[in-house]
Design a binder for this molecule. Structure first.
Ligand code: 2BA
Length: 105
């Protein structure tokens, strides 16, 4: 058993959750905030059998496509007059963790 943490853009969340349901993966969706941009993103926790991890990663790859995004600079919450900058957005950041024990009570 593995726990896969998938951090994605909010824009991709609905499509990914739909695909996870369709492919019968159990998942929990959390609202999260990126440490660099300090903007909302989505973290999805998925517990899955080891044999299904490649299938899961392929699903994420198909739905969460990388793209560029222009981001205004801010000082805390306040927009700054400094030039906006470009970051890679979309795509997904995944962590695959070993799980010692999984129970539903
Ligand atoms: P953020 O930390 O808000 O980062 C958003 C995007 O900003 C990053 O996309 C990257 O393109 C850029 N970026 C991040 N740190 C940077 C830096 N020091 N200098 C220049 N550009 C930088 P991703 O790398 O695809 O990451 C997307 C989101 O995934 C991150 O949002 C964060 O929430 C999470 N993440 C990425 N790496 C992580 C890690 N090692 N541990 C935990 N979470 C991570």
């Amino acid at each position: 058993m593995k726990l896969v943490l998938v951090i994605i853009e909010d824009n991709d969340a609905v499509a990914l959750m739909d695909a996870l349901i369709e492919h019968r993966f159990g998942a929990t969706k959390l609202a999260s905030t990126g440490g660099f941009l300090l903007r909302g993103n989505t973290t999805v926790m998925i517990g899955a059998e080891d044999s299904r991890i490649d299938e899961l990663i392929e699903l994420v790859r198909r739905i969460c496509k990388p793209r560029k995004r222009i981001v205004p600079q801010t000082t805390g919450e306040i927009p700054s007059p400094a030039a906006p900058f470009e970051v890679d957005a979309g795509g997904a950041t995944l962590f695959v963790l070993d799980i010692n024990r999984f129970e539903k009570i």
